[in-house]
Design a protein around this ligand. Structure first.
Ligand code: COA
Length: 164
C-alpha cells in the first residue's frame, strides 16, 4: 500500500493540476488531493467550491480522494501515512520554490519526501491566476480548465464590462 499526497490551493483546479494528478495516481495505491491553506494567498473560491470542482474533474480516477486539511502539510502527511508528496514542476522558478518547501518540510518532519513531476509542456504556463484573469475578461479558458468545471468557473469569475 502506498499513499501519496498532491497538495495545493487549487483556486481553481486547472488542466495542469489534472495532468499531475492523473500521472501521480499511477504511482501509488491512493492519491490524496489535499486542499490546504496558503497563508500568502487570499482565495477566490470557497473551500467547498474548490473541493466540489476538484471532485468533478477527478471523478473517473478511482484511487484519488479529494480532501481539505486546515493545518501544516507535514501533519497531514503523518495523519495519512503518505510516503511522498507530489508537486508539479513547470519551470525553473517552480523548482526554487519547491526546493524551499521540501527543505522546510523535511526540517519539520524527517521522513518527509517529495516527488517533483515535470508538467506537460503545453501546460507549463497555466496557473490558477492566469485562469482567473482570462475568465474575468470573458476570455476562452477552455484549454486551461477541465470541461466539467468550465461553465462554473466562467459564471463565477466573468465580470461583465458594465460591472467593472
Ligand atoms: N499546472 C498548472 N498550474 C500549476 C501546476 C501545474 N502542474 N503546479 C503549480 N501550479 C500553479 C498553481 O495553479 C498555483 O497558481 P497560482 O499561484 O496562480 O494560484 C501555483 O502554481 C502554486 O500553487 P499550488 O500548487 O496551489 O500550491 P501553493 O503554492 O499555493 O500551495 C501548499 C502550497 C498548499 C502545499 C502550501 O502552502 C502548504 O503546504 N500549506 C499548508 C501549510 C504548511 O504546511 N505550510 C508550510 C509550508 S513549508
Amino acid at each position: 500500500m502506498s499513499v501519496m499526497i498532491y497538495p495545493g490551493t487549487f483556486d481553481p483546479f486547472t488542466n495542469g493540476h489534472l495532468d499531475i494528478a492523473r500521472r501521480a495516481s499511477k504511482l501509488c495505491t491512493t492519491l490524496y488531493l489535499a486542499i490546504l491553506p496558503n497563508v500568502h494567498k487570499q482565495t477566490h473560491f470557497t473551500i467547498d467550491e474548490r473541493i466540489e470542482m476538484a471532485k468533478a474533474c477527478l471523478a473517473n480516477l478511482d484511487n484519488v480522494v479529494v480532501e481539505s486539511f486546515d493545518g501544516l502539510l507535514v501533519d497531514y502527511v503523518q495523519k495519512t501515512g503518505a510516503v511522498a508528496v507530489v508537486r508539479g514542476l513547470r519551470s525553473e522558478s517552480d523548482f526554487r520554490y519547491e526546493l524551499e518547501i521540501a527543505t522546510a518540510n523535511k526540517l519539520l518532519y524527517s521522513e518527509y519526501e517529495s516527488i517533483l513531476l515535470p508538467s506537460s509542456i503545453d501546460l507549463a504556463f497555466t496557473s490558477s491566476t492566469i485562469v482567473r484573469e482570462v475568465a474575468s475578461y470573458g476570455g476562452d479558458i477552455s484549454r486551461m480548465v477541465p470541461a466539467e468545471i468550465l461553465d462554473r468557473v466562467m459564471e463565477r469569475l466573468h465580470v461583465h464590462r458594465e460591472e467593472r
